[in-house]
Design a protein around this ligand. Structure first.
Ligand SMILES: C[C@@](CO)(OP(=O)(O)O)[C@H](O)COP(=O)(O)OP(=O)(O)OC[C@H]1O[C@@H](n2ccc(N)nc2=O)[C@H](O)[C@@H]1O
Ligand SMILES: Nc1ncnc2c1ncn2[C@@H]1O[C@H](COP(=O)(O)OP(=O)(O)O)[C@@H](O)[C@H]1O
Length: 299
């Protein structure tokens, strides 16, 4: 028997970043929105813990116990005193190291798949606690939809979304390391007074009412200057997307994927084609939000 779980990518429609904490993390007001690009994690009984991965970017995914899917299986097995013998196959469609939480998606997906396969019947709270141990973004991958993440991003408050938003994602060549981008943020704000992060009322209104134009005006990412500093060519991608008619563009999380909010499906196709033709990205993906969180799709 195998269990397959589908898990969405995310975009941060607001990422407000506070000063570095003593533990090295940053307090956030992180407004997550799940988007319709998905990885699938399939768990199958095996003699030992084994990870495989397929998809165009599979070569960039670690297959050892640093893989978040492996770490999820190990964490669940340890809590329940069972052995973590399972084959986890990741069908990867989310860009790797792209600021879209692909690794976090696989962690949440593996956790749900192993829980179903092993019959451990962990409560939602236990699953969320394991997710938070695995990484700041992993709880949101489990929950999906839209949520405000506070603390280091792991404490979630679900948000209402009143409509469908259309996106184009410009995928860059290569990735950006999340710790390196936070490190560059620290360097750029050194000596300045960094305000405590807070969610924007206008942005929450835009989500609640499903108002695309309002959301376009409220998108903000405090990590964007750091990502642009480490990867200046992203400015060309952002310019190409807005020149092609996107309502707004921003770096997705720590980047280097850039996200463009567009009016509708037709505009999405136009902007995606123009981004590809501009030569400023490796590929362009069209998606909608919100998308559901980790969901079992096959037994
Ligand atoms: C920036 C964001 C925005 O959603 O995601 P990505 O764009 O990378 O996907 C997140 O904050 C990334 O979350 P995640 O990738 O889960 O980070 P973690 O594994 O918990 O931490 C990796 C490293 O990122 C830095 N980090 C992460 C979260 C946070 N609130 N403050 C930090 O300073 C720390 O250097 C930490 O050691
Ligand atoms: N299942 C996984 N898929 C992708 N990357 C993973 C996975 N597990 C661990 N990683 C590591 O996490 C790093 C960040 O990858 P990813 O989660 O895709 O990006 P981001 O943190 O920018 O959203 C990768 O470079 C890789 O070394």
């Amino acid at each position: 028997m195998s269990i397959t779980v589908r898990v969405p990518a995310k975009v941060n429609v607001q990422l407000a970043v506070g000063a570095a904490r003593p533990d090295g993390f940053h307090d956030l007001a992180n407004v997550f929105l799940a988007v319709s690009l998905y990885d699938e994690v399939t768990a199958t009984p095996a003699d030992e813990l084994r990870i495989t991965c397929s998809g165009p970017d599979a070569g960039q995914v670690p297959l050892d116990t640093t893989n978040l899917a492996a770490r999820a299986a190990l964490a669940l097995a340890a809590r329940h005193g069972i052995s973590p013998d399972v084959h986890l196959h990741i069908a990867k469609d989310i860009p790797v190291a792209g600021g879209m939480a692909g690794g976090s998606a696989d962690g949440a997906g593996a956790l749900l798949a192993c829980d179903a396969l092993w019959g451990t019947r962990a409560s939602r709270d236990e699953l969320l606690a394991i997710c938070a141990e695995l990484g700041s973004d992993v709880p949101f991958s489990l929950v999906g939809g839209a949520a405000l993440g506070t603390g280091r991003g792991e404490r979630l408050t679900p948000l209402e979304v009143g409509g469908t938003f259309h996106w184009v994602f410009a995928v860059a060549d290569g990735g950006l390391s999340t710790p390196a981008v936070y490190g560059e943020f620290d360097r750029l704000v050194a000596g300045a007074d960094v305000p405590a992060p807070a969610a924007s009322a206008a942005l929450l209104d835009a989500l609640r009412t499903g108002d695309t134009a309002l959301l376009a005006g409220a998108l903000v990412n405090d990590l964007q200057p750091a990502a642009l500093s480490l990867r200046p060519s992203l400015a060309d991608t952002l310019a190409a997307g807005t020149a092609a008619g996107a309502l707004a563009g921003l770096v997705s999380g720590s980047g280097p994927t850039t996200a463009f909010l567009v009016k509708d499906e037709d505009a999405a196709r136009t902007v995606a084609d123009a981004l590809l033709a501009s030569g400023t990205c490796r590929t362009a993906r069209v998606a909608t939000s919100p998308a559901p969180g980790a969901t079992q799709i096959r037994t």
